[in-house]
Design a protein around this ligand. Structure first.
Ligand code: SAH
Ligand code: MG
Length: 199
């Protein structure tokens, strides 16, 4: 049984504490994908306090497992508490550490990979995501348009590195002939990449 009250509290607390949880329209799109695909295994990079992972758990069947990675120890601990309180802990494995170090030691194959962590690491996450995704699987990248900065010629120094890496990600997923990519303007931008054949 899912505790909806606890779910609402998690979302409200996250918003109040300015934790960048996935936006509602992005989530709607991902919900459609999950309903259509009925994944058995999902990999998430960037757990924060467990909001998106909990949503994925609610949109998938009993047998779907979600592995999720969070760098910030305090957030990860809060996520562990949250998923337990909400009652989705049996479907969610939370790993604490830097995804750049953890991804190379994973050996599962995933139906869906959801990238939602450090923007300057998106290319690394893509490379590992491609290694870990099943043929026919889908790699999702949130915040791919980064408030429109990705499309702008004049970016402040502060955003420049992230923008460069996000553009690199877009270039890779659109130019690789084994991948089929759609970039949606929902939320902060969502890249949906279908992996037709692993290269
Ligand atoms: N997916 C969450 C939001 C994630 S916010 C949701 O929608 O509910 C991005 C998170 O990525 C932050 O909590 C940040 O600490 C984490 N993060 C940033 N760099 C990371 C890295 N290299 N490895 C793992 N987590 C990282
Ligand atoms: Mg995000």
């Amino acid at each position: 049984m899912i505790n909806i009250e606890e779910f609402k509290i998690m979302k409200e607390n996250a918003l109040q504490n300015h934790i960048p949880i996935i936006m509602d329209d992005t989530l709607e799109k991902i919900k459609e994908i999950l309903k259509e695909k009925s994944p058995e295994r999902i990999l998430e990079i960037g757990t924060a306090v467990g909001y998106s992972a909990t949503c994925f758990a609610m949109y998938t069947g009993e047998n779907c497992i979600i592995d999720t990675i969070e760098l910030d120890e305090e957030r990860a601990k809060e996520a562990i508490k949250n998923v337990k309180k909400i009652g989705v802990d049996s479907k969610i494995n939370i790993m604490i550490g830097n995804a750049v170090d953890i991804l190379p030691i994973l050996n599962e194959q995933y139906d869906i990979v959801f990238i939602d962590a450090a923007k300057s690491k998106y290319s690394i996450f893509l490379e590992e995501g491609l290694r870990l995704i099943k043929n026919g699987g889908i790699i999702l990248a949130d915040n791919i348009l980064y408030k429109g900065y990705v499309m702008s010629d004049y970016n402040k120094h502060k955003q420049r590195t992230a923008v460069r890496h996000l553009r690199e990600y877009i270039k890779e997923v659109t130019e690789n002939p084994n991948l089929e990519t759609e970039i949606l303007e929902v939320g902060d931008g969502l890249a949906i990449t279908k992996v037709n054949k692993k290269s």
